[in-house]
Each structure stands twice: as structure tokens, then as C-alpha cells.
Design a protein around this ligand. Structure first.
Ligand code: ATP
Ligand code: MG
Length: 590
């Protein structure tokens, strides 16, 4: 857990207590504020110039054209073209700058999110659930990206056009502006209502998306078994259910959001009609010039567009804020498993479990009063029915979870006092259902540890993998398919064992990882392990008695409890269940 601690300490973006959803984004935006300010100035300049165009038009119509001076008409016309070019350039440059900035901001956010997700404890991962973490890293960061990007563009442009438009219209036609201002509170009300209702709706839709991701993931992973059991139709039905739920929620949120544009259009068109009516009376009465009314109508359109942008911004904000909250929840997740003070107790044992109790859900025990001790270089075999807690012992030994009671020590050091890098560096592990990458066999064994070729080849020999690797077309450079699909079950297990051995671990853990090996290869593997890794303490979890019967100590588990502990010979006398398993599996009569 030092990794998380260091990450938290070194990282200026990390914080301890839960903050507002926007605080998370702001922390990432802060380092870019100066560039954003420059961007703001460019955008501001471009937008102000854009805002001046209708005013220039009204001056040409009302003052320049009636004077009959063609030179002046060309001059003002040229000036307008120039201003349009500047406005365009300003907008393009600022947009390009904002694209770069938001890419950097979200890149960093995504990087930290990934780092944090990798550092989450197993308990936290269980709580968030895997699909939810995936959608937080993908669709939620996309929404946050939209938010940051659009806020820099529309967020600057829209208020300037809106406020600037109102100010200019006030200057050229104060009476007509009152009509315009009269409609604004109503528009504000629409935006407020829609965003207040919309945020919870989008949060709900996002959690439905989690479910959908989960379903897709399950289906993709289990596609073969689904086909084999002819469950495709059943699974399709289940998928449709989740899909429909998501569609309904998206639809509800979308329907609400769809209210905004027509409602605003209606209000603005009513305003526009009023402007034309009042304007006509004013021109007729000689209080206003026609050019001013034309400019006013242009400003009215600009203001209308600005308001549309604001409503679009609200939609993006609504989605982005809901996503920012979900991202913040992960980033702000407190450190779950901390490294305490070093606690060393001298002794002879390499691995010690003393009265360890553990439960995943804190309701039903998954490990109850477990105690065992093994010396360096010894082998511990663990056997028991499925669900009895064998893999849980491994999870506790690797400190993926902390025990609820009792203590675990390695070389006399209490597990909670060993920094995670140091702790995990001691292990070579093959998990039950471990996986291979789509890469060369060599890289799959090396696993990015930059091990020497000698180490890798030695590990492959011990793991009984060298022979079949040599028979492959490109040997160690042969590329494996996704999840090692182009290998047999036993070949996969042997490469995984080679991976665990290659780092020359202090403790080797094999969780049900020789189940696909034939008896002869399995026996050969054990023989080679004894010969080449005699100093390595080994924990073997197995369903087959033959895999663990030669271990120095054997632990027999049943329903979270130890029902036998000793050597094979001892257990044949003391443990009825063990004797039964042995009798059934080895075909011993009597
Ligand atoms: P198998 O031989 O099938 O691998 P096992 O002995 O390794 O079984 P464990 O994986 O240790 O069994 O599981 C023991 C119990 O803990 C099971 O009842 C299982 O449902 C539960 N369990 C395992 N992992 C979790 C988890 N992440 N959250 C909640 N319960 C869990
Ligand atoms: Mg298991």
C-alpha cells in the first residue's frame, strides 16, 4: 500500500476528504489556468469583434450610405470583412488551444484514475464493481472531457455574446432591449428546471450503463459456455432487459433535455415578434432609424444563438457533472489497506498463520481460526471442497484483504508492516484462472520484469514448458492469442507456472494450477521444483491428492474450517475426510 501512499503524497492532484464533484476537475484544470487565460483573451477578442459586426452594418445603413460617399462605403465594407476574418481567426486559434488543453487535462485525469483503480484494494474493487470501474474510466472520462472542452469554447463565447449583445442593444435601442430583458428570467427558469431534474437522471442512466457493460463483459467472456449450453436466446433476453432499462433512462433524460430548445425558441420568437411590432411603431413615429432595427434583429439572433449555446452547455454540464462525481468517488476513495509499523517476532518459520479469521461480507465466515506454520523451503498443500476457502488463504497471504482477527507473518514480520512492493516481490503466483496476454511466450513469462534469457529458459524447463515451446513454430517468440486461446489448458498452466518461477521467488503459490496437467507431467514438475527451487517455500492448492501428498504439511479445509493438518501419513490416520478423498481418487480399497 506504500504505492498508494507515495502516489497520494507525491501527487498534487490527490486529496483526502470527499469534495464536491467539480473540485476534482478543478484540481486537474488548475495547472493549466495560465494557458486558459491566454485562450480566454484570444476568444474574448474574437467574440467582441464578432459582436461589433451588426453595429457596423447599422452605421453603414443609417449614416454612411445616406451620405453618398462611396469611398467611405468601401472603407467600412472592407473594415467589416477584415473584422470577420479576425473574429474567425480568433475563434479558430482559441478552439485549437482549448482542444490541446482539455486533451492534457483529461489525459492526466485518466492516467490518475487508472493508477488509482489499479491501487484500489480488492474490497474496494468488489464494492465499486468491475463494470462500473470500466465505465468510469471510459464513458465518464469522455463526458468530463466534453465538459472541460466545451466550457472553454462555448463557456466563454456564449456569455460574451449574451451579455455583450444585451449591452450593445441597450446602447442602440434601450426601449427594445426591455422587451428582450423581459424574456430572460423565463429562459433562466427553463434552464434551472431542466438542469436540476437532469443531473439525477443522467446519474441513473450512467449506473444502468454499468449494468450493460457488465452484461456485455459476461457474455463476451462466457461466449463459449453460453453457446455450448444453448443459452444464447436466454442471454439475449437478459441483455435486452438491461438494454431497455438503459434506453428508458436515457430516453427520460433526453425527453427532459429536449424540452429546452423548443421552449427557449418559443420564448425568443415571442420576443422577436414583439421587437418587430414595437420597432415598427418606433420607426413610424420617428424615434428610431431602420438600420438600428435591422442591427437589433441581428443582435437578437446572436443572443438567441448564445442562449441555445447556454442550453447545450447545460446539457453537457449536466452529464459532465454526473460523471465528474463518479470519477471523484474513485479518486477520493480512501486508502483501504495501510502499511503499519514494522512488527518483527524472531522465529524459525517462514509463513505463519495464527488464529486467522476472515469474512468477505462480514456475515458468513470464510476462514475460521486458521493456524499453521511452515519453514523456509517447505511445501504446504491445501486441499478441500470447492468454496471451502482455499483461494481465500492465498488472498490473505498476499494481503489483498486484511484478516478480521489473528495475525499472519512472513519471516517473522507481520504482514501489515511490510511495504506492498517488498511483500509482493517475495511471491511468484499462479492464480486460479490466471490469464495470458496476446504477446510472445517470452514476454508472457518475463511479464515486463526485464529478466535474463537464462532465467526465463530455466523457468520454462522447470515448469515442463520448454519441450512444447521448442516444438512451436517460432519457439519463445511465438505469439499467443488473446487469453492464450491457441494453447491447450495444460500448456497455458505450464507457461503460467514458468512466469511465477522466472523471478526466482521466495514463496511460490500455485492455486489449482496443475489441475490440467497429466499425472506424469505433474509429478515431473514437483520433482523439478524440489531440485531447482529447493529454497523456495511453496504453497500448492489442489483438488488432487497426488499433487499435494508429498508436501511437508497438508491443510485440509471444509467450509472455512481446518479439519485436518499434518503430513500425508498423519492425515491418513487422523482425518477421515482426507482418507476418503485419498481412497476415492487413488482407487485404494479398504
Ligand atoms: P475452489 O476450489 O472452487 O477454488 P476455494 O476453496 O478456493 O474454492 P474460495 O475462493 O476461497 O474457495 O471462496 C471461499 C468462499 O468465499 C466462497 O463461498 C465464495 O463464495 C466466497 N468468496 C470468494 N471470493 C469472494 C469475494 N470477492 N467476495 C465475496 N465472497 C467471496
Ligand atoms: Mg479457489
Amino acid at each position: 500500500m506504500v504505492a498508494i501512499a507515495t502516489f497520494m503524497a507525491d501527487n498534487p492532484y490527490s486529496y483526502g476528504k470527499a469534495g464536491s464533484r467539480m473540485k476534482t476537475l478543478y484540481i486537474y484544470i488548475k495547472p493549466h489556468l495560465r494557458v486558459m487565460l491566454l485562450q480566454f483573451v484570444v476568444k474574448f477578442g474574437g467574440t467582441i469583434i464578432e459582436l461589433l459586426l451588426p453595429w457596423m452594418l447599422s452605421t453603414i445603413l443609417d449614416d454612411i450610405v445616406p451620405s453618398g460617399n462611396m469611398k467611405k462605403v468601401y472603407l467600412w465594407g472592407g473594415l467589416m470583412v477584415l473584422c470577420s476574418i479576425f473574429a474567425l481567426l480568433g475563434n479558430v486559434i482559441a478552439n485549437r488551444m482549448s482542444t490541446k488543453t482539455s486533451k492534457k487535462i483529461i489525459g492526466k485525469l485518466r492516467h490518475d484514475l487508472f493508477k488509482k483503480v489499479s491501487a484500489l484494494s480488492c474490497r474496494q474493487t468488489d464494492t465499486f464493481t468491475l463494470p462500473s470501474l470500466i465505465s468510469r474510466m471510459t464513458s465518464d472520462t469522455y463526458n468530463a472531457h466534453q465538459l472541460v472542452d466545451r466550457m472553454q469554447r462555448l463557456g466563454v463565447r456564449a456569455p460574451i455574446l449574451l451579455l455583450g449583445g444585451i449591452i450593445v442593444t441597450m446602447l442602440i435601442e434601450p426601449v427594445l432591449t426591455l422587451v428582450l430583458i423581459g424574456t430572460l428570467p423565463l429562459l433562466g427558469l427553463v434552464i434551472w428546471y431542466v438542469s436540476r431534474k437532469g443531473i439525477p437522471m443522467y446519474t441513473e442512466a450512467q449506473s444502468s450503463l454499468d449494468k450493460l457493460v457488465n452484461k456485455v463483459q459476461e457474455n463476451m467472456t462466457g461466449v463459449r459456455v453460453i453457446k455450448a449450453l444453448s443459452k444464447s436466446e436466454y442471454e439475449k433476453g437478459k441483455f435486452d432487459e438491461v438494454n431497455l432499462e438503459l434506453a428508458k433512462k436515457e430516453q427520460r433524460a433526453g425527453m427532459l433535455m429536449a424540452l429546452t430548445n423548443p421552449a427557449m425558441n418559443l420564448l425568443l420568437n415571442i420576443g422577436l415578434t414583439l421587437v418587430i411590432v414595437v420597432g415598427a411603431f418606433r420607426v413610424h413615429g420617428g424615434f428610431a432609424l431602420p438600420g438600428k432595427i435591422i442591427a437589433f434583429l441581428s443582435y437578437f439572433t446572436i443572443i438567441l444563438n448564445a442562449l441555445m449555446m447556454v442550453s447545450r452547455l447545460f446539457l453537457i454540464y449536466t452529464k459532465g457533472a454526473a460523471s465528474a462525481k463518479r470519477i471523484a468517488e474513485v479518486l477520493e476513495a480512501p486508502e483501504d489497506i495501510m502499511t503499519g509499523d514494522r512488527d518483527h517476532k524472531p522465529g524459525d518459520y517462514h509463513i505463519e498463520f495464527r488464529d486467522v479469521c476472515f469474512s468477505y461480507n462480514k456475515i458468513r465466515s470464510n476462514i475460521l481460526n486458521l493456524s499453521f506454520c511452515i519453514k523456509r523451503g517447505e511445501t504446504l498443500g491445501i486441499i478441500g471442497p470447492t468454496g471451502s476457502g482455499k483461494s481465500t488463504i492465498i488472498q490473505l497471504l498476499l494481503r489483498f484483504y486484511d484478516p478480521d482477527a489473528g495475525e499472519i507473518r512472513i519471516s517473522g514480520d507481520k504482514l501489515s508492516g511490510i511495504p506492498p512492493e517488498e511483500l509482493h516481490g517475495k511471491f511468484g503466483v499462479v492464480f486460479q484462472n490466471d490469464f495470458l496476454y496476446e504477446d510472445t511466450i517470452y514476454e508472457n513469462i518475463d511479464f515486463g520484469r526485464m529478466l535474463s534469457e537464462k532465467q526465463i529458459k530455466k523457468a520454462a524447463v522447470t515448469a515442463q514448458a520448454a519441450e512444447f515451446i521448442a516444438e512451436r513454430q517460432n519457439g519463445f517468440q511465438d505469439i499467443l492469442a488473446v487469453k492464450g486461446a491457441n494453447l491447450s489448458g495444460g500448456q497455458k498452466q505450464r507457461i503460467l507456472i514458468a512466469r511465477a518461477l522466472a523471478g526466482n521467488p521466495e514463496i511460490l503459490i500455485l492455486d489449482d494450477s496443475s489441475s490440467a496437467l497429466d499425472y506424469k507431467t505433474d509429478a515431473e514438475l514437483r520433482k523439478m521444483l524440489k531440485r531447482d527451487f529447493s529454497d523456495t517455500t511453496t504453497v500448492i492448492v489442489a483438488q488432487r491428492v497426488s499433487s499435494i501428498m508429498y508436501a511437508d504439511k497438508i491443510l485440509v479445509l471444509d467450509d472455512a474450517q481446518v479439519i485436518g493438518y499434518g503430513t500425508h501419513k498423519e492425515l491418513l490416520f487422523s482425518c477421515e475426510s482426507y482418507k476418503e478423498i485419498y481412497r476415492v481418487q487413488m482407487g485404494v480399497v479398504g
